[in-house]
Structures are given as C-alpha cells and as structure tokens.
Design a binder for this molecule. Structure first.
Ligand code: HPA
Ligand code: ZN
Length: 352
C-alpha cells in the first residue's frame, strides 16, 4: 500500500480512506483494461499483440504527455471485439471499484474507437449494460454510462457515433469530451452537446491540464456549452473570474491526481486538489485510466492524494460528499448515498 503521511495522515488513515463510501465519475472503461486482460482477450479473439508478455507490455506504459498516453491507450483497445469483451472489461472494473468501496460510478467509454474498428455499438453498449446489471446484483455497486466524443476526430465522426448511440440512450446518462485537446476546443462539438441535451442526456467535458488554450477551453465549456461538470480542469485556478463562475454554478471537477496533480499559478506550482478545496470549488478525486497508471484504483489514488495534498479526514469526507452531490441521479438516490457517508463519518467521529 502507498505511503501515508504522518500527523493527520498517520495511524489509521489508510483504513479510513479504504472504508469511506465513494463515488467515481472520471474513469475511462477502456483505461481499466489491465495488461493481463489484454493478453486473455487477445488469446480468445486471436489478436496478435506486439509484446511477448504482460511485463513487457507494462514496460511500454511510459508517457510524457497526453498524446503519448493516448497512442498506447487506443492501441490497447484492439483486443476488444465482442459483446462479451465489453462485459468482462466493465465487470472487472466494477469489481475493483467495489473493492475500493465505490458505491456509485459513472463511467466513460469511447464508442468512435470501437465503431471505427467495425465493432457494432449494440455490442459495446450491450456488454457494458449487462455487466452493470450483473455487478449491481452481485455486489450492490450502482453505475451509469457516459459516452465520450473523441475531440481529435472529425465533428461528423462524432455525430455519427452519437446518432448510432441515441437508440440506446436509456443506457446512457450523459455525454463527455475526451482525447487530444490540442486545437480541438469544446466549441467544435456545440451541435453534438445540444443534440445530446435535447435527448435528455447530461453534459461534461474534459479540460485536461496544461494544454494549449486550457483556459479558453474551460471558458467555452462553462459558458458556450454549459457543461455541468469539468473533467480535470485544474487550470481554472489561473482565472479568478472562472473560479467565481464555477463556484456560483456549483460545477463539479473530476480531478485525477495520478494524471494532473500540479499547475503553475503566478509563477508558483500549485497542488490542484488542495487549491480547489481552499477556493471552495467542488472537487472530486478519480482514477482516470488506472490500468495505465500503476493499476491504482480509487482507494490507492486517494491514499496517494491525501499524502500529497495534506488532506484531513474532514476534507476527505467533504470530497466524497462533493462526489455524491454531483451524482446524475434522482434526489432520493443521492440522499441514500449521502446517508451512507453520514453514517461512516459518525462512526469515525469526523465532524462535517
Ligand atoms: N484525457 C483525455 N483523453 C483521455 C483521457 C484523459 O484523461 N483518458 C482517456 N482518454
Ligand atoms: Zn480522462
């Protein structure tokens, strides 16, 4: 288990974090495809992998920016071909999330990447939906699904994927925006977001940290598109006006500290989770693409973040409360999640 800082972080902190009821909204299902599962699926589907074994594959997981990560991430998806593959992928993630005491997850997927490889969207959404139901029946974990537009493909490619997915909109809760951000602003997808909203879907968008035009992309997402959440979004700390707007609109930030821990404000490095908390932003902690980030699922990510950002137990409960608040569910369901967190905080005598 990861090192835990001393002081507030010492003693029983790892146990506290492990036991805390959690929600997760920034996890790409395809980013949970562990190397071991890649080899198993490659065997099952008779796909040849460019690595001799799991260890060699894992050694190739070295990234220095978003494009170098995305190249490996998309290559990894080539083993996902059948409905059962998507079932296995999603069930495995939900089992790991459940082991982290995640009681509710909203998971991203990238349909364009699958459609373009000839996999029917019905199989992608069908396998994931079947796994969600099985995981809820077996473990009690609840989940929903968010379709992401790949911003570095054409607008028409994304529109085709949305049109293909809309017949399955009952299996979706929202749409998001991911992949390579450079020169791919949220405004490129204004028509897509409008169509999704008209279909009753909720709206979020990645604003990865330290990208070209990061602040302009955050501005577009908040003001022009009207997102309800921002995925990552740390650069907002460089704009007091946008911070004020996000606070006023109660925008949730799905921060992934494994990917996007630090930004620079006024020439000084700033810890995103710490600064968002201190500025009253609705920050949440998420795992993003755990299979590519040392296989750290939510408990381990929060343990690392607690040490790095100096989080108290009360702050950790607040972060979990932020997440349940931001759930795209009916109020009674949200209250049920919050009641579990309240009971946990009482048991640990954490004043919130
Ligand atoms: N950012 C952009 N695209 C992605 C990410 C991310 O964090 N993870 C998977 N695709
Ligand atoms: Zn992401």
């Amino acid at each position: 288990m990861a090192a835990v800082s001393k002081g507030e972080g010492g003693g029983d902190m790892a146990q506290f974090i492990a036991a805390m009821p959690k929600a997760e909204y920034h996890v790409h299902l395809e980013g949970t495809l562990e190397a071991e599962m890649k080899f198993a699926l490659a065997r099952r589907n008779e796909v040849k992998l460019p690595y001799a074994d799991v260890a060699a594959m894992k050694r190739s997981y070295v990234f220095h920016d978003l494009p170098t990560f995305l190249k490996v991430y998309y290559e990894g998806m080539n083993v996902l071909l059948r409905e059962q593959d998507f079932y296995d992928l999603c069930y495995a993630y939900l089992a790991k999330a459940h082991a982290s005491n995640v009681i509710y997850a909203e998971m991203f997927f990238d349909p364009q990447q699958h459609i373009d490889r000839g996999v029917p969207i019905a199989d992608v959404i069908g396998g994931i939906t079947r796994a969600r139901a099985a995981a809820q029946a077996d473990m009690g974990i609840e989940s929903q699904l968010i379709l992401c537009f790949m911003r570095d493909l054409t607008a028409s490619n994304a529109m085709n994927a949305l049109d293909a997915a809309l017949p399955y909109k009952e299996q979706l809760v929202g749409v998001g925006l991911d992949s390579d951000e450079k020169d791919n602003p949220p405004s490129k997808f204004a028509a897509h977001f409008a169509k999704a909203r008209d279909a009753g879907l909720r709206i979020t968008a990645h604003c990865d940290v330290n990208q070209k035009d990061s602040l302009e992309h955050i501005r577009q997402a908040l003001i022009d598109i009207g997102v309800e959440r921002i995925d990552h979004g740390g650069n907002i700390l460089q704009s007091p006006e946008l911070v004020a707007l996000a606070r006023q609109r109660n925008i949730a930030f799905t921060v992934c500290p494994s990917f996007s821990g630090k930004i620079v404000v006024d020439g000084k490095p700033v810890d995103v989770v710490r600064a968002m908390l201190d500025q009253g932003l609705k920050v949440t902690i998420n795992s993003d693409d755990p299979a590519y980030m040392g296989s750290k699922y939510l408990t381990e990510v929060i343990i690392d973040t607690q040490a790095r950002s100096g989080l108290t137990k009360a702050e950790l409960v607040r972060i979990s409360r932020n997440a349940f608040d931001a759930a795209w569910v009916a109020p009674d369901r949200r209250d049920r999640f919050q009641a579990k967190l309240d009971a946990f905080a009482r048991k640990w005598a954490v004043a919130t």
